[in-house]
Write a protein that binds this ligand. Structure first.
Ligand SMILES: Nc1ncnc2c1ncn2[C@@H]1O[C@H](COP(=O)(O)OP(=O)(O)OP(=O)(O)O)[C@@H](O)[C@H]1O
Ligand SMILES: [Mg+2]
Length: 597
């Protein structure tokens, strides 16, 4: 059934699957990854040696240990070098690895973008642009974060813990590594449990973030409408309601974060205090030197700071995984309209369009078209007229295969639409849609979009055919005039003519005009219709119109009502039938006193 066909976004059964899917991106630059690991190890070795240098400096300064106190200049210099080394090696590591993450972000960003363009129209009509943009942004950032931290924080922190525990175990009493290990287990256990509990708040915060953002974008897109109804205060209130939810979610998130941080601090300070008590007692009993105490203290600091970081990293990784899961969920969404495996290209010979017993509904519970059958013989012009909501534009959308039919079939030159590639079909068909939306760019760009490789002369020629040249000449910036967001800075009729021009530039075999001249005055309309008639000569054409006068010359006219073809024939035949068409014609003629042909 339609509507049930879309798979729900795939949930990643395990976080590991998300992690694993990132691995290929590491291998794009194996040399870089290898070098980064080398510098990672260098930085770690330097940092583990720092407390050792510390110990030797303190011991040689300690008068109880040595007879002769001298400044251990070489050791101090070594210490300085080590400190510098940890930072520099770390920087080099990050610089080298940066390229890998950036490339991965680029690859994934492109993949998502392509995927979004592959999804069907219905998905895009139902989505929320603001929320989608946020999801993508958060997802790609999550990927970058995960790649960096997987390699540079988790593995090295574990390495460091291992090194320090070994050093402590070999040099001092076993109590030290024992306390450290117990503290780490407590710390990690506590962090994991609390972080899991917090996830709900983080999710909720993101959700609220999406919702308020979507709301703001939608409100601003409807700027004009808001003004028409003087509803600024209402909009602000709605937005603020959303923001209030977001604020609440943030607060819960912050409070739970504070609880986590305090608990972690408690474990760390408890362990450090215990170790210091132990070390101080041993120094007092002359079992270890003062330098040893300093070294132990330094190791504790060195260990627990990255451990603290591990808590943060765990939290962030959970968040990144949630964001990535969202993004992959998006990538897992299957389009409802898709190419059959090994679908061939559409082979257009004459451009014969056939609808056979086509039934269709956007949702399973409401059927729009009922067994619609008609033919557009090669090179002929067929018009569809009828009341609003009858399903006229739906016929055009089906021919363009924005949706698949529920029953029956549509074919071009004998090839069913769902058996050929969408790309080859859409290349063949030119559409001037009922509501044209333009790119926020120049007029030349918008016309040239019909065929990106078109020359300036070709763009000018298309503009001339669409009777745009007079208008463009008046503009101070001419073809370089910006049309504004969605094309709102040009008039409705100008927008329609731009849409016609860019369709002409595409040079398709089959033409669809959906109320293509509805916003034009009669004078401009008849001029354009004449131009279009010349272009449409020998092209298979489907015209949808309200104003019957614009379609009287069609080879055949169909009257559509409630998704059924109720009358069909030439203008003359239909006038003779004394039916719906004749009634409509009379009505429109009386209104505009149009001459009958
Ligand atoms: N994406 C959609 N999801 C659900 N219903 C839709 C969708 N698009 C259109 N419809 C419904 O399908 C019916 C037919 O729409 P269609 O756009 O084909 O009408 P139309 O004949 O072109 O009307 P008009 O002359 O006003 O343009 C309408 O009742 C409309 O509400
Ligand atoms: Mg319509």
């Amino acid at each position: 059934m339609r509507g049930d066909r879309r798979q729900t976004p795939r949930r990643w059964s395990g976080d590991w699957r998300a992690l694993k899917s990132l691995l290929p991106y590491f291998w794009e630059f194996p040399l870089r990854v290898g070098l980064a690991v080398v510098f990672l190890v260098l930085a770690k070795v330097a940092s583990v040696l720092i407390p050792v240098a510390m110990k030797h400096i303190v011991d040689s300064l300690d008068s109880t240990q040595a007879q002769l106190v001298a400044v251990p200049l070489a050791m101090v210099l070594f210490y300085g070098l080590l400190r510098f080394g940890t930072i520099v090696f770390g920087e080099i590591r990050d610089t080298i690895f940066g390229r890998v993450t950036e490339r991965a972000m680029r690859r994934i960003g492109l993949k998502v973008f392509r995927h979004l363009h592959n999804l069907d129209l219905e998905f895009h009509l139902s989505r929320r642009t603001g929320g989608l943009a946020r999801d993508i942004e958060r997802g790609t950032n999550g990927i970058a974060f995960l790649m960096r931290f997987m390699l540079f924080n988790i593995v090295p922190t574990l390495l460091e813990i291992g090194l320090v525990v070994t050093i402590l175990a070999f040099n001092f009493s076993l109590s030290y590594p024992l306390i450290v290990l117990v503290a780490i287990v407590l710390y990690v256990g506590f962090s994991v449990v609390v972080t899991e509990w917090r996830t709900q708040y983080v999710r909720r915060m993101n959700e609220m973030d999406n919702r308020s953002n979507t709301r703001a974008v939608d409100s601003l897109l409807n700027f004009e409408t808001v003004k028409y109804f003087a509803n600024e205060a209402y909009e602000a209130r709605e937005y603020d309601d959303n923001l209030a939810d977001w604020e609440r979610a943030r607060r819960q998130n912050r409070l739970s974060l504070a609880a986590l941080n305090v608990g972690q601090a408690l474990v760390v300070s408890g362990a450090m205090t215990l170790i210091m008590v132990l070390a101080a007692t041993q120094v007092a009993a002359a079992e270890i030197t003062l330098g040893d105490l300093v070294m132990i203290n330094a190791y504790m600091m060195q260990l627990f700071i990255p451990l603290n970081f591990l808590g943060f990293v765990y939290r962030e990784i959970k968040r990144a995984l949630a964001d990535i899961e969202h993004l992959f969920g998006l990538l897992g969404t299957r389009p409802q309209v898709f190419d059959a495996a090994d679908a061939p290209e559409l082979q257009v010979s004459s451009g014969h369009v056939q609808f056979q017993q086509v039934s269709f509904g956007y949702t399973p519970d409401r059927q729009i078209l009922h067994q619609v059958s008609f033919d557009i013989p090669p090179g002929q012009k067929v018009a569809v007229v009828g009341p609003s909501g009858a399903g006229k534009s739906t016929i055009a959308r089906l021919l363009f295969r924005f949706y698949d039919v529920d029953q029956g079939s549509i074919s071009v030159d004998g090839q069913s639409l769902d058996s050929v590639t969408q790309h080859s079909l859409r290349r063949t068909i030119g559409v001037v849609p009922q509501d044209t939306v333009l790119f926020n760019n120049t007029i030349a760009y918008n016309i040239g979009y019909g065929r990106p490789e078109a020359t300036d002369d070709e763009i000018r020629e298309a503009a001339r055919l669409a009777h745009l040249d007079g208008f463009i000449e008046q503009l101070p910036d001419g073809y370089d005039t910006q049309v504004g967001e969605r094309g709102l800075k040009v008039s409705g009729g100008e927008k329609q003519r731009i849409a016609i021009a860019r369709m002409l530039l595409k040079r398709p075999r089959i033409l669809i005009f959906d109320e293509a001249t509805s916003s034009l005055d009669s004078h401009a309309e008849s001029a354009i219709l004449k131009a279009l008639d010349e272009v449409a000569l020998n092209h298979t054409t489907l015209v949808i119109a309200h104003r019957l006068a614009t379609v009287v010359d069609a080879d055949r006219i169909m009257v559509l009502r409630d998704g059924r073809i109720v009358e069909s024939g030439s203008h003359r035949q239909l006038l003779g039938q004394q039916g719906e068409y004749q009634r409509l014609w009379r009505l429109q003629q009386r209104d505009s006193a149009l001459p009958a042909p």
